[in-house]
Write a protein that binds this ligand. Structure first.
Ligand code: FAD
Ligand code: EGU
Length: 450
């Protein structure tokens, strides 16, 4: 197609999306709906063709921002009601195995959904088959890019052949270690930072019970907060649970024998041992190695009218707010609104996206990093629960006026930076009220003495 797209809304663009993960495959649908010609280039093989590896399924928490994006491409109902498991609250596991739950939204009963990563990715790719203006190329690894020209070089992983293509627009949706972003690094004035945290994560599995049902109450996100480390579990469609253990790498390294592993679990997660099973715990733990977690910030997200980063490629966040995919999906929604606003004029679209999006992605990145430090033990502390009680009470009293931080992030589409500003204002307000109450009490007390 022609490269003279400037200003002409009728001209359809030729768009190359690098990365057919969650965000890339969703963006393809959005662009296809607008009539553009889209090619998805994905490093891995077609996940729809790969049988489930060792029956293991990895899941994610889908909340309002992600749902909103799926709704726009007509997939929300299918994802949520046929293949999502509602989680209405957290269930906290104490050391002694006793539990208590904290609802996500006791006021209007909103919930989040546990969805299978592979299932969702497969669904998005499958949906793209219904557009004849989308093409999918699997086993294509981006090796080189000239972003100013929109030219890309791929290596086919099966035949080792080289494939060169050019496009009107290159969308980098190739994840936290983005090759498109690497090419962008050469641009002057491109800011970049990355931060590895000292914790790694390892996935374990609680299989379905003998009666083929869930071994724990299914409609919760289960949490075992233990100070410097924690474990969480999300339910799967097949009644199993994906359990994720977050712990400093040095602690992982210390657990180098079966005995030490079982001792560790008996000390800290005793109730989980019969659920996972000793044999399976050992298999899963030593069968994998802990993965690292990285937060990446960069800006701007674009090069002229030729290239754009979205999803983890633009903003990888640590998972402690359950917002990485949701934020990436929100990128697609916002981008679509800009395509509408600027009548497909790429210069204006990319510039405005870069100019407006970073503040919100930096905000969710900071929130998630803050939560990494706090959530590990905070949920068990009285001060946290007191603040939460205040928040919930005021929310109940004035639902339009006082929306707690957690609710605004998870259950609204309010820009992330606005959620943070709200929180700061609420902190000031609470401090003011508490101080005023104290002053009033003291004043009345001394009056009483006179
Ligand atoms: P990815 O999913 O990483 O996809 C990138 C794709 O690009 C991949 O398919 C890859 O193969 C391909 N690719 C990479 N390099 C190349 C190349 N050179 N050429 C071609 N293709 C390439 N988010 C939530 O919203 N909720 C959660 O509950 C949640 N839990 C999480 C738990 C953990 C432990 C982690 C690590 C993350 C979690 N996230 C969660 C974040 C979420 O996984 C990511 O934000 C999301 O996967 C980002 O999607 P993406 O498409 O941008 O990147
Ligand atoms: C981490 C890893 C509970 C999936 C943060 C909550 C997460 C998820 C929480 C992972 C936590 C932590 C929130 C959701 C969600 C909670 C949230 C974290 C899904 C503040 C598969 N987090 N996660 N907060 O509120 O907003 O339940 O890997 F343990 S969903 Cl760390 Cl809402």
């Amino acid at each position: 197609m022609t490269s003279m797209q400037n200003g002409q809304s009728k001209k359809k663009l030729d768009i190359a999306i690098v990365g057919g993960g969650l965000v890339g495959s969703l963006e393809a649908l959005y662009l296809a709906k607008r009539g553009h010609h889209v090619s998805i280039y994905e490093y891995r093989e077609d996940i729809r063709q790969t049988p489930l590896v060792r029956g293991r399924s990895i899941n994610l928490a889908l909340s309002v921002r992600g749902r909103r994006a799926l709704k726009d491409v007509g997939l929300e109902q299918k994802m949520i009601f046929e293949h999502g498991i509602p989680m209405t609250g957290r269930m906290i596991h104490r050391l002694d195995g006793s539990t208590y739950s904290i609802p996500y939204d006791s006021r209007t009963n909103q919930c989040i959904y546990s969805v299978g990563r592979n299932y969702l990715n497969g669904l998005l790719l499958q949906e793209s088959e219904s557009y004849d203006n989308v093409e999918r190329y699997f086993n294509h690894k981006l090796s080189e890019a000239n972003l100013e020209k929109g030219s890309l070089t791929f290596i086919k992983t099966d035949t080792k052949e080289t494939v060169k293509v050019t496009a009107d627009l290159v969308v980098g949706a190739d994840g936290a270690f983005s090759a498109v972003r690497r090419a962008m690094m050469k641009q002057p004035l491109f800011d970049f930072s990355q931060k590895y945290i000292e914790h790694g994560y390892l996935e374990l599995c609680i299989p379905a019970g003998e009666d083929d049902g869930f071994q724990m109450p299914p409609n919760y996100l289960h949490i075992w907060p233990r100070g410097n480390f924690m474990m969480i579990a999300l339910p799967n469609q097949d009644c199993s649970w994906t359990v994720t253990l977050f712990m400093p790498f040095v602690n992982f390294k210390k657990l180098d024998t079966e005995g030490k592993l079982l001792d560790f679990f008996e000390t800290y997660f005793p109730d989980s041992i019969p659920l996972i099973g000793k044999k399976k715990l050992i298999e899963d733990f030593f069968g994998g190695s802990p993965s690292s977690l990285v937060a990446i910030k960069c800006r701007p997200y674009h090069v002229k009218d030729k290239a754009l980063l979205i999803g983890d490629a633009a903003h990888a966040v640590v998972p402690f707010y359950g917002q990485g995919m949701n934020a990436g999906f929100e990128d697609c929604t916002l981008l679509d609104q800009l395509f509408q606003k600027h009548h497909d004029n790429l210069v204006d679209i990319l510039e405005e996206f870069s100019e407006t999006r970073w503040e919100d992605t930096f905000a969710i990145s900071d929130l998630a990093m803050y939560n990494y430090i706090e959530m590990r033990d905070l949920v068990t502390r009285p001060s946290y629960r007191l603040r939460k009680m205040f928040d919930d009470f005021l929310f109940w009293l004035m639902p339009n006026f006082w929306v707690p931080l957690y609710n605004s992030v998870t259950f609204t589409t309010m820009p992330y930076s606005q959620c943070v500003k709200n929180r700061k204002w609420q902190n000031k307000m609470l401090l003011f009220c508490v101080t005023s109450a104290a002053v009033l009490a003291i004043t009345l007390y001394f009056r009483g003495l006179q």
